[in-house]
Design a protein around this ligand. Structure first.
Ligand SMILES: [Zn+2]
Length: 147
C-alpha cells in the first residue's frame, strides 16, 4: 500500500498551505484476523510545524483486505485540514515476463516442474542461443514433440 501522490494541507490557525510528499510519512502496520483472512492496516502519519508555531498532524489509514486487495482508506488531521485528499492505492508490482529459459536461470529447481512442451521449448531456446536453428514442432494427441 502506498500514498500515491503529494497532498496539500492547510493550517487551521493561519491558513498557510503545505504540500506533503508521501516520502515524508512514517508508516505503522496493524493486523487483524477476519473471516476472509488477514486485514492489514497501513497507518501513514506525519507532522509539520507551521510557521505560526502550530504543529499540524495528519494520518491516513489504508486498509488491505482481503490480503492483496485495496479495501478503503480514511484520513484524519489535527490543527489542519486537507486541501487535496490523500489517495492510497496498492503498489502492485508488474510481474516480470520471463521466458522458460530465464525462469530456469533464475530458479534451477523449476526445471523439474516443467511441462513436456515447456522442456522442449527450453531445449530449443538453448540451441537458438548457441546459434543453431531450432524450432518446436507441433505435436498431436501425444506429448512427444520434437525439437
Ligand atoms: Zn499556521
Amino acid at each position: 500500500m502506498i500514498i500515491s501522490d503529494d497532498f496539500v494541507i492547510k493550517c487551521d490557525f493561519c491558513g498557510r498551505e503545505y504540500e506533503i510528499s508521501p516520502d515524508t510519512l512514517d508508516v505503522d502496520y496493524a493486523y487483524d484476523e477476519r473471516g476472509m483472512g488477514t486485514e492489514i492496516q497501513y497507518i501513514f502519519y506525519g507532522e509539520t510545524e507551521c510557521q505560526c508555531g502550530e504543529v499540524l498532524r495528519y494520518r491516513i489509514t489504508a486498509v488491505e483486505y482481503p490480503a492483496g486487495a485495496y479495501n478503503f482508506h480514511e484520513s484524519e488531521s489535527e490543527n489542519c485540514s486537507f486541501v487535496t485528499e490523500p489517495q492510497a492505492e496498492m503498489d502492485y508490482l508488474p510481474e516480470p515476463v520471463m521466458s522458460v529459459f530465464e525462469q530456469i536461470l533464475y530458479n534451477p529447481g523449476s526445471a523439474y516442474s516443467l511441462e513436456p512442451w515447456e522442456f522442449e521449448q527450453l531445449v530449443a531456446e538453448v540451441f537458438q542461443r548457441n546459434g543453431f536453428h531450432a524450432e518446436v514442432t507441433q505435436h498431436g494427441g501425444s506429448c512427444h514433440g520434437k525439437v
